[in-house]
Design a binder for this molecule. Structure first.
Ligand code: ATP
Ligand code: MG
Length: 586
């Protein structure tokens, strides 16, 4: 997307208000980055136009992106687009143990798929390891950091609680030169994991636990996916994040609310570095918004990993997963996520968004973009007894009812058709307008037929429906207007339709807040995937993977990118035409 194609002027929110007042006040126009930028490779171009706002999306490459990340991506990239700023994609890759290039590649691909462009601003926190280390030594030299020999458990214990102040470590007053020596030894690999750590010296009695001498470096003898074996000490999130923001000249660092209590630490670190002359003002500022909570969905990486590892789903890209790779395979369009993000807006209030709002956004986009096709999901034979046995013809159907310029296509018609099993009832209830003995319906785009009866097997199951057609009733001909019928059903020619597997996906969980009352696995919806043998119109043989169609009267379906073969598509139900969930399942 370019800024010209940006979303329609969004409703205002507190972040827009802040950005607009910063732009009006020229808060960032004085920013000339003569300070000490990090590694040149990471910073080329960063201070291009000092008046621009800069945001960033900072994923940790330890899992696949989910719907919650989509909110954050749309927010950060969207604000940059709207205010003609820049949004960086920065991997927060400071924990070598859980991170992997598989995730990096998927995240890059997914942000692009959502329609956003970071231009040349792709960064990695690991690019700043040298800088972060240098700054850490500066903290030690200024007496504001010390090497501690308490174990991680002891540090936790000494930290105190919300009501009890922390206790100082016996090492808190270790002279800077001793700490420096130990810190260098840590870097050189002379100490085992967990034996020493570097802590900032702030305030063990602070009411904010994050300020009680937080650990900023720990020893991890682990291979890193980018820096390899160069380092065996790694910086902690709270330390590396704010510095990464500052090195990249981020202006508005937007994160979720759980980091609100970390903001004093964010500011403390950057302000001290500015005092040391290592960073220049104005410094980036952190703002928090409430994370996305979506009903019928779990969005915590830990739980998503569990769903995959314990095989409740068929991998990260299972179309039922709330991951963006899953959504993409299911057929949710990226524009649908952007519309959804805009509709839900941003605020600081914690709330739950109903899943139907996401589905409505997808429907709205697909209604515009998906060509119409016919599929019979639960096929039942309809035999037209008075249709000449050898006769063949075609019926003309529009590719999109509101878009005549999309043209029409010809659908084969014959005396043996497939119809939906639910479009026939031998003894219908009142108000049923479709096929039942004696009733007349229109075969959409074709003829009017009158039902004459049905065949049944020994168990009384209907095996075929019989009817007679009116040769002068074909849609599009003059005679069609003489027939007034209430029912209008879809059909396919039994000889030319293609038998195709269709996965009918439904919500993965059957309760609004999975895991609220018991283990979340027990809230899984056992009927979230149902594979059926459907019949689809011949034109669909040409569907390519990821093509999405509206199957008339059913919903939107997307050719599966893994199981479809040339000429033999397999379809995933993306979303139904209407939300039937509340009505049916409550
Ligand atoms: P999780 O909580 O699922 O483990 P995370 O926050 O650890 O996710 P990160 O890779 O660190 O995952 O997230 C990257 C960015 O996405 C962060 O800025 C984070 O605030 C944001 N983000 C993560 N989950 C959500 C959510 N549910 N709603 C909005 N933003 C989110
Ligand atoms: Mg995180």
């Amino acid at each position: 997307m370019t800024s010209k194609e940006k979303q329609p002027a969004s409703t205002s929110n507190f972040l827009r208000t802040i950005i607009e007042s910063d732009l009006a006040a020229g808060t960032y126009t004085s920013r000339t980055w003569g300070g000490k930028p990090g590694p040149a490779s990471a910073h080329e171009g960063a201070p291009a136009d000092p008046a621009k706002i800069r945001t960033r999306f900072p994923p940790e490459p330890n899992g696949y992106l989910h719907f919650g990340h989509a909110k954050s991506i749309c927010l950060n990239f969207g604000l940059a687009l709207d205010y003609e700023g820049i949004c960086h994609l920065r991997f927060d890759d400071t924990n070598p143990v859980t991170e992997d290039t598989e995730y990096v590649d998927s995240i890059i691909d997914t942000v692009k798929w959502l329609g956003f462009d970071w231009q040349e601003h792709l960064y990695y926190a690991s690019d700043y390891f040298d800088e972060l280390y240098r700054f850490a030594e500066a903290f030690i030299e200024h007496g504001l950091a010390y090497v501690d020999s308490l174990t991680p458990e002891q540090i936790r214990e000494y930290r105190g609680t919300l009501i009890a102040p922390g206790r100082p470590s016996p090492d808190r007053d270790r002279p800077p030169k001793d700490s420096l020596k130990l810190f260098r030894e840590m870097r050189e690999g002379k100490h085992p994991d967990g034996s020493l750590s570097l802590r900032l010296k702030i305030d063990m009695a602070s009411p904010n636990i994050n300020m009680r001498d937080p650990v900023i470096y720990r020893i991890r003898h682990a291979h890193h996916h980018r820096s390899g074996d160069k380092w065996c000490i790694y910086p902690m999130y709270d330390y590396s994040h704010c510095i990464s923001d500052a090195l990249e000249n981020i202006t508005h660092s937007i994160c979720t609310l759980e980091f609100e209590d970390h903001r004093p630490l964010y500011d403390w670190i950057l302000e001290r570095l500015a005092e040391f002359g290592m960073l220049k003002k104005p410094l980036p500022h952190q703002y928090e918004f409430s994370r996305l909570n979506l009903s019928y969905v779990v969005l915590s990486k830990r739980r998503l990993i569990q769903l995959v590892a314990e095989k409740y789903v068929d991998g990260w890209d299972d179309p039922r997963m709330p991951t963006l790779v899953g959504a993409r395979r299911r057929g949710y369009p990226p524009e649908g996520f952007r519309l959804f993000a805009e509709r839900i807006g941003v605020s600081k209030a914690d709330s739950w968004i109903d899943y139907s709002i996401l589905e409505d956004a997808m429907r709205e986009v697909l209604n515009e973009s998906a060509p119409r096709r016919i599929a019979v999901l639960d096929p039942l034979k309809l035999i037209i007894d008075n249709y000449p046995a050898s006769q063949r013809e075609t019926c003309e159907a529009p590719n999109h009812p509101q878009k005549p310029d999309w043209g029409t296509r010809q659908i084969p018609f014959s005396g043996e058709l497939w119809i939906e099993r639910s479009d026939f009832m031998e003894t219908p209830p009142k108000g049923y307008f479709r096929l039942f003995p004696g009733n007349t319906v229109r075969l959409r785009y074709g003829y009017v037929v009158k039902c004459t009866g049905c065949d049944k097997d020994a168990d009384g199951n209907v095996t075929a429906v019989h009817c007679e057609y009116f040769p002068d009733s074909k849609s599009g001909t003059a005679g069609a207007n003489n027939y007034k019928v209430k029912g209008n059903i879809h059909w396919l020619c039994a000889n030319s339709a293609i038998a195709t597997p269709v996965h009918l996906y439904d919500r993965l969980f059957r309760v609004e807040q999975p895991g609220n009352e018991r283990e979340f696995e027990r809230d899984l919806n056992p009927a979230s995937k149902n594979t059926i043998a459907a019949q689809v119109e011949p034109a669909l043989a040409a569907a390519s993977a990821a093509d999405c169609f509206q199957f008339e009267r059913h919903g939107y379906f997307t050719a599966d990118k893994i199981s479809s073969k040339p000429g033999k598509p397999v379809f995933n139900r993306t979303v139904t035409l209407r939300d039937s969930w509340k009505k049916q399942k409550k």
